[in-house]
Design a protein around this ligand. Sequence first.
Ligand SMILES: *Cc1c(COP(=O)(O)O)cnc(C)c1O
Length: 487
Amino acid sequence: MRNKLATQLLFELSRPGNAAVHLPAPDVPQPPLECLLPDRFLADSPPPLPELTEPDLVRHYTNLSTQNMSVDTHFYPLGSCTMKYNPKRNERLAGMTGIGDLHPYQPQDTLQGLLELLHSLQQMLAEISGLDAVSLQPAAGAQGEMTALFVAAEYFRDRGQNRGIVLVPDVAHGTNPASASMAGFQTVEVKSTAEGLVDLDDLASKLDDRTAVFMITNPNTLGLFDGQIAEIAEMVHGAGGLVYLDGANMNAILGIARPGDFGADMMHFNPHKTFSGPHGGGGPGAGPIAVSHKLEPYLPVPVVVRDGDRYRLDDDRPKSIGRVRSFFGNTGVLVRTYCYLRTQGPEGLQRVSENAVLNANYLLSRVKHFLQVPHGDRCMHEFVASASPLKAARGVSAMDIGKRLLDFGFHAPTVYFPLTVREALMIEPTETESKATLDAFAEALFRVTEEPADLLHEAPHTTAVSRPDEVRAARKPILSWKMEDAG
Ligand SMILES: *Cc1c(COP(=O)(O)O)cnc(C)c1O
């Protein structure tokens, strides 16, 4: 049975005279608007805003909020995205008056606490990355990639080298080639081996004096740690290029391995994945980058620096690529990151990664009995299963399985990514889930794979909307419709 959809718009619920607040009559003079604003700024009539009672308003938004799945309502094994549970404590701390009420235009003298916090966050991220300098500016992982590539471009320009090519493995996240192209590079794809690792022969054949950067996600998007990384870095450096580490999968190696130690020159973090920042809905996010010493002069401004016992925003960096975002980054998210790091401490962070890897391997060990897992018996923090055999035998696709899981109260895994695995189901349980939840998910997944194809093609059967045209739904959303249209 379908859920009732909260379909009516606020405008349709509006009744003249309704109001959610009743303000007392003003006890100060009320000059006519014309005296306060020039005529040309005044509308002919007030805007047609909906008029609702407080209960109408609360119910409207509360009902809307239940039409979706979230980490707070459901298990959410969306591979690559690390949908772990975010401790509410960090929300509370980031919202405290001393932080939440600050304004970026305040004199720096009155922002010393926040600047100290950000400075200390820069140091913690440098330590975790094994690199030397950090910029907190970028607003998302993808913007971190782009920023670091601008840094690389500036570094080569400064050295008088003309290097215009970025190499990207075929299993890379789509943001990697997109960022490279936005930073003005041409991308060339590097093949993976049958085992899902970088094909060293293919890499060698594509490295030359035009190579600027080799971008690698490690552990990669198949959930495998590429143990050739030191050799890869040696090859890239030998050709005069830089190694970029896409840090989206850092939750598998925190406190265990450091990108700077295995050859990366620069990387980004995704605090909304790795460090429990709020995630989804298009933001807010953050994408701090860490770079090696030689790239530090090119980092965006401002950088938070320490002079004795004072902290300040340093804009005076002649080689900097400039600004990539307003002010000093998405501070609210950075404060949550700081709180998360301080709460876990070094041992806690290592346990986070150990448990993320343990949970993924436990789930893999259950799932492999009924779904093909092309890349082996062991994984890092996620793994990629394939519905390809099911599709061949019974016409059941990865999409069918993902959609049907919604009926069982589980968010779908990532489907059809990475592109190198056909009918891919990319499953990432994260470290915050219990064995009971993993067992329940494995059982639901097994049941789904046994169900009749017809039932699966029509799934989900219990959600407000079943199978919208995804492209059209994003481009031309239908914001209001009646129950009878829902079918
Ligand atoms: C999520 C992700 C990105 C992009 O990060 P955003 O913060 O979403 O911009 C890049 N690479 C990989 C592997 C990812 O999983």
